[in-house]
Structure formats: structure tokens, C-alpha cells
Design a protein around this ligand. Structure first.
Ligand code: FES
Length: 361
């Protein structure tokens, strides 16, 4: 048995924390990718929350008169109690990532909340782990690998990464340093655009051959995948062909969620007249029938009601609202705890009404 037992005296885990953090430093990791080190608002001491490797933080900014939320994975290890690192890629059409990468300065105060997310691995879940990522999806994998290395976790870690050019290999120096420290860490990195460079590693997209050459007994191991949607779908297909049972595969989508706005606007495309159950937003004294397949969040946006949101996939918890009447289906409920469920709290981004519904929004 080589899994870790949880520490005897675990640090207090503070969930649902919201407050301010101070930007302590900014480091460029790769073209358009920066790591933001966040400290307690006083600039010193321990963070007001703890986290598990693989979790993320929600951040909020006022940009162009609108409040915008985003969720970013933590790249540092939870063993570092006095700071948390977010590693962020500047997306040309991403208002928050552009704001952060272009405009933030050391000393700025940042509104944040969390930690949240269940895409985690702390060594207690399995005896070995395969971490497959692409692009900026490397961030939670680096947090996990740092943590397991610092804890001298005895299991094998297979770290498989795809980058465009060799220069886009985020954390290349850190991964090399971790390899030197951790004899159980095996790394394979493939570059899809290595032409004209002296890249000595594998080239092209991830293949079944690269997976099986890197990971013996792949089908028996726990596997985490993080990256863009196309990469995750392609990787899952490869794993299925290699006989990996789907319940051994955990995944988190990066950079492909729908645009999130919290001050009106709409992402819903209603088309025909709505025929679904009536939804009442009691704080705004507004009601409307919902369209088939539409979520409470999408209907709220159609009606100009600002329910905060970020991930829109059920993990960040920002869109929690209290339901005072009715019943909904929710495909993902990762960010609801037992208290939330007992108190009728739902995730607006996931909630599809089964009956007439009233929510406090
Ligand atoms: S917006 Fe993140 S859980 Fe709904």
C-alpha cells in the first residue's frame, strides 16, 4: 500500500471564503502566460484559506462598468501556506485574462473567493497517478506534482504534457527541477509545432504509442486530464481505445466555457416560444416560462437579472441561489455542500426546472 494517509493534524479548511488578496509578484512563464502570486491582504502571514491540489480560485474585477468573474486553477502547492499562485494565459478575447496579464501591478488588491473544485488529487485516492494536460491546463497538474513531491509521496507520477512550440512549455524549468527531486516522477512532453527548433522530445499530438510507452499498465491507473475541449475529447477517445475504464478518468475543461456576464445580457437562444415551467425571480418580481433545455441562469440573463457566475459548468459555486419552491434537475452539483442542499440552494447554471420554480434572485 503506497497511498498517503491524511495528515494527523490537518490544517483547517475554510471553504466559501471571500475577501481580498494582495498581488505579491508577477512572473512571465511563457509567451502570454504569467504567474500571479497572491498574498494575504496585509501582505504577510498565512492565507485565510487552505486548499487541495487541483482546486481553483474565483476572482472578480470591474471591467468596462461590468463585474466579471473568472475561475483559475492554482499552480502552487498547498504546503505553501503564505501564498497562492494563479498561472493565467492571456486569451485575445478574454476580458479578465487580458485585464490581469496586461494591467495588474504588484501591490494591487484582488477580490477573490474559494477555493473550489473537485478535480483534486492529494495522494490518498490511488497508488499512482497519470496527469495528462495541454497548454495552460498544466497548472493544476503542477500544483499536484509539487505537493506530492514535497510530501515525498511514494507513488509513481506520470506527467504527460502537450505544448505548441517548445517556448510554450509552461513551467519547463519547474518540471525539470521536480524531476531531479522526485525519482518517481516520469515526464513526457510533446510539441505540436517544433519545426525549426532543436526540440529533442516527441513531436505532434498525443498518441496511443506515447501513452503506452510512458505509462506501463495504463488501464489500471487513475488518470487526470486537463486542457481545451478538443484535446480532452481526443485523449478520452485514446484512453477508451486502450481499455481504460471511464470511471478511472477525471477531467477538467480549460478555456472553453461559455462567456460569463453578471450584469444582464444573454447566452440563451430561445428561438420558439417558451413552453417549459414558469420560473419566478422573487427579488426582482419577474417571472417567465423557461425554454426546453434552458437553465435558470440563462433565463435570468434573458430577463436582465444579474446572477453572478463564472465557470458555468457547476464547479465554481458563484451562481448559487436559494430555491424557495419547485424542483430542478442539476447535471453537476460539485460546488454544493450538504448545508446548501439542505437549505434549498441550487446552482443556477445547472438548474433545469422540472416544475414551477421560485428562486431568490
Ligand atoms: S457558474 Fe460556476 S457553478 Fe454555476
Amino acid at each position: 500500500m503506497s497511498t498517503l494517509t491524511p495528515p494527523e493534524v490537518a490544517p483547517p479548511v475554510i471553504a466559501n471564503w471571500r475577501g481580498q488578496l494582495r498581488l505579491g509578484s508577477i512572473v512571465t512563464e511563457a509567451p502570454g502566460v504569467k504567474t500571479f502570486r497572491l498574498l494575504p491582504s496585509s501582505g504577510e502571514g498565512f492565507l485565510p484559506f487552505t486548499f487541495v491540489p487541483g482546486q481553483f480560485l474565483n476572482v472578480a474585477f470591474g471591467i468596462g462598468g461590468a463585474r466579471m468573474n473568472r475561475s483559475y486553477s492554482i499552480s502552487s502547492s498547498p504546503t505553501q501556506r503564505d501564498y497562492v499562485d494563479l498561472t493565467i494565459k492571456r486569451e485575445p478575447r478574454g476580458a479578465v485574462s487580458r485585464h490581469m496579464v496586461d494591467l495588474l501591478a504588484v501591490g494591487d488588491l484582488i477580490e477573490a473567493g474559494g477555493p473550489v473544485g473537485k478535480f483534486t488529487f492529494d495522494g490518498t485516492e490511488a497508488e499512482s497517478v497519470v496527469l495528462i494536460s495541454a497548454g495552460v491546463g498544466i497548472t493544476p497538474m503542477v500544483s499536484i506534482t509539487r505537493y506530492l513531491t514535497e510530501r515525498s509521496w511514494p507513488g509513481d507520477i506520470f506527467f504527460i504534457y502537450t505544448c505548441r512550440t517548445p517556448a510554450d512549455f509552461i513551467f519547463s524549468g519547474e518540471v525539470a527541477a521536480l524531476q531531479k527531486r522526485n525519482p518517481k516522477l516520469r515526464v513526457a512532453v510533446t510539441s505540436t509545432k517544433a519545426e525549426g527548433t532543436d526540440w529533442k522530445g516527441p513531436r505532434g499530438r498525443l498518441t496511443k504509442e506515447l501513452l503506452t510507452q510512458t505509462v506501463p499498465d495504463l488501464a489500471s491507473r487513475r488518470i487526470h486530464i486537463c486542457g481545451p475541449a478538443t484535446m480532452m475529447e481526443a485523449t478520452k477517445a485514446l484512453l477508451t481505445e486502450l481499455g481504460v475504464p471511464p470511471d478511472q478518468v477525471k477531467s477538467e475543461l480549460f478555456g472553453a466555457t461559455k462567456p460569463a456576464v453578471s450584469t444582464g445580457g444573454t447566452t440563451a437562444k430561445p428561438g420558439a416560444a417558451a413552453t417549459g415551467p414558469l420560473v419566478t425571480f422573487s427579488n426582482n418580481s419577474k417571472s417567465a416560462k423557461i425554454h426546453e433545455g434552458q437553465t435558470v441562469l440563462e433565463l435570468s440573463e434573458e430577463l436582465g437579472i444579474g446572477i453572478e457566475n463564472s465557470c458555468r459548468v457547476g464547479t465554481c459555486g458563484l451562481c448559487k441561489v436559494k430555491m424557495t419552491a419547485g424542483e430542478v434537475d442539476m447535471e453537476v452539483q460539485d460546488s454544493l455542500d450538504e448545508d446548501d442542499k439542505a437549505n434549498g440552494v441550487i446552482l443556477a447554471c445547472q438548474a433545469k426546472p422540472k416544475t414551477e420554480v421560485t428562486v431568490e434572485a
